[in-house]
Design a protein around this ligand. Sequence first.
Ligand SMILES: Cc1cc2nc3c(=O)[nH]c(=O)nc-3n(C[C@H](O)[C@H](O)[C@H](O)COP(=O)(O)O)c2cc1C
Length: 181
Amino acid sequence: MSVTQADFRKAMGAFATGVTVITLDSAGDVHGMTANAFTSVSLDPKLILVCVNRRARTHAHLHSKKRFGVNILAEHQHGISEHYARTNRQDGTDVPGARFDRTKHGTPVLHGALAYLECRLHSAQDAGDHTVFIAEVEDVVVRKGRPLLYFSSAYRRIGDGVKRAADPKLGPRLKASARRR
Ligand SMILES: Cc1cc2nc3c(=O)[nH]c(=O)nc-3n(C[C@H](O)[C@H](O)[C@H](O)COP(=O)(O)O)c2cc1C
């Protein structure tokens, strides 16, 4: 059975993710790119990865700068995500709702994001039409709030928690030891 690109996109759309904006300095301006192909890789050393399309401007920036920020977006920041996903945007223009500070390395940090990771490029691996950028995390900032989610090609917000399923091996009543966990 051959998998079409549409099939592949649909299958991957079933995998709910958070949303990030990758930020870096570009000749004094903020360059940002919306990305959800982001995950942690290793705890020791602390590594993350982000997959970037070879045609994206960010691709060349990452190779030349070797340093970037990952801003994990909060629920109210979907407009910022939409902006940094547009192909025809220009660096240095005001983005509604987006304000940036700079780290000591000059990397732009987005105000109000749920978390910020300051990253230094570790290695880059070509993978089809994307490159997997692996980076060491040098600093983090974490704030309280609710995340922006992306599922089935649409922005979502987090819902209710899911109750723990009853373990059939434990019978109708949970054993005391399991209840304490
Ligand atoms: C929710 C969402 C997630 C995205 N994730 C990625 C991603 O992980 N990698 C990627 O290369 N592009 C991703 N994109 C597309 C880029 O944001 C888009 O192509 C952008 O215009 C590239 O900007 P640039 O050319 O300035 O680098 C995503 C878009 C959306 C809306």
